[in-house]
Design a protein around this ligand. Sequence first.
Ligand code: ADP
Ligand code: MG
Length: 400
Amino acid sequence: MRTLESLGDLRSKTVIVRCDLNVPLSDGTITDDGRIRASLETLRELRSAGARIVLISHLGRPGGAPDAQYSLRPVADRMAELLAAPVRFVPDTIGGAASAAVSELSDGEVVLLENLRFNPAETSKEASERRSFAAQLAAGADAFVSDGFGVVHREQASVYELPSILPSAAGRLVAKELEVLQRLTETPEREYTVVLGGSKVSDKLGVISHLLERVDRLLIGGGMVFTFLAAQGHNVAASLLESDQLEAVRGYLAEADRRGVEIVLPTDIVVAEAFAADADHEVVPADAIASSRFGEAGMGLDIGPESAATFAEHILASRTVFWNGPMGVFEMDAFASGTREVASALTRSHGFTVVGGGDSAAAVRSLGFRDDQFGHISTGGGASLEYLEGKTLPGLEVLA
Ligand code: ADP
Ligand code: MG
């Protein structure tokens, strides 16, 4: 992996830096600035080296056209506060305003261009469209730094094509994330426990077969629990269920058994009357979800207290823990306990703890935990899972 050193002296050089500034916004206000903070180290270093910095990023999924609610403007303001330096925002990526702003940069100055995904070429399926967008972005620049770890698993213009046009290197964040992932895949201290949850069930089920080769124990919470419980023959009422994955899940359970990997499922579930913050709810055994007083309308929205305590014990008995995906609908107070207990156990662990995933990182912060209570909080959920799966990540491959 080429690092910043490989780019040589960057004084007065125009350097494009691809960050992942995809922060959660609510009415134009940034609710978690973790990804902006994670970008600072590289930017500070480039500024003190005298580089002229052109920051690029995506935000959300605007669908290839300008959409004010996905503008990066609020990010420029927050970035300027955190850097304690001006960050000029340009409401454009490859037009005249952008090239003018770039050519006016002095040493150590920073501009942030508008959301890359306002241009459909950024995420186009056609390599030729992505290449021509990347070439336009590269015009007038001397080097490229890839520091958007959350997107390195994407074959997109600013991630995959741009680095092959300019002299390019990994930024400090990408290098740090990679170091952590290598530690998890190559030399994890045992016992190694992975905690999986969240709502992207079918995405994450695929990870399980690869993890079974590497870990000692899998703790399953969040939305995917119900596909496991259903695979064991239990009625999960109105809970999230991927019926077409039942066979695959039975296969994982059998394979785990063969390999001696423990798959720990919750023994109790918080079942609610509806998907709402003020919904009536009760705790029932995991094998009797339909017996709650809401009957077939009941939906499991969190793991129960007994399960949370069991998960915490397993976490505290492990030397390495990787956690992706909230244990329940943590955005609603009534269903946040499982996620809070798991997070708390990670903070008390003396082992190496890694939290990966946009919502997981946002969850631990919104529940009042500090970043430094964990070994590492990854800025990329999909990217870290794909790496742990053993996949080749296009955005890293081009920096090799
Ligand atoms: P990450 O971004 O950390 O990878 P995901 O995007 O997969 O995590 O999932 C996060 C979402 O999962 C949260 O918004 C949370 O509300 C939701 N979730 C967790 N448990 C459940 C559940 N039992 N039913 C429905 N949604 C759930
Ligand atoms: Mg998510």
